[in-house]
Design a protein. Sequence first.
Length: 207
Amino acid sequence: MERRIAGVVLAAGASSRMGQPKSLLTIEGSSYLTRIIANLGVAGASPIVVVLGCGAGTVRAQVELDAVTVVENAEWAAGMLGSIHAAIHALLPRHDVEGMLLIPVDQPRVGSGTMRAVLDSRATVAALIAVPTYNGERGHPVLFAREIWPALLRAPANEGARHVVRGCGDSVARVAVDDPWILVDADTPAQHTAMVQGVPESSPDDG
């Protein structure tokens, strides 16, 4: 049986500071969500899962999602961990899936080559988690092996995936990449403008 690593796009949040769904923001002619889905496909992630929540109907109506698995997180207001749980529950029946590569929808400039580097680390490093780094700083996307999914399901809501990453110690592989965009997200209109212009403006939290 061919072993796969799923690509998971976390796109359930309310985008309250942005004022509109981040999934639908455009960069270089494509929506954030469309661009990330395409890059995951080029990188070799399979299957691709998109977790929607707030405004799910609007996103479904405006983005082509027929080629991916869409999961809706009804508890999106509780934070990102619920979306990770929703993705895990969707993937558990897929016994050919040995891990998942998580990326937030507001990081559309992360390159497919970066995604591929993190995916490839699963074959070369005996680690449960792989995190890309740029100049020593950790960013996204983060790969979680199937073996660590139960720990994600048990993680405290106030800490989420960070709790699991911190607890894994030597089981976390750091994958150095030449891609500053692993550190850059877009939460506000100004940060979106910087994203479109190709000027890094902000850094997401680790893990």
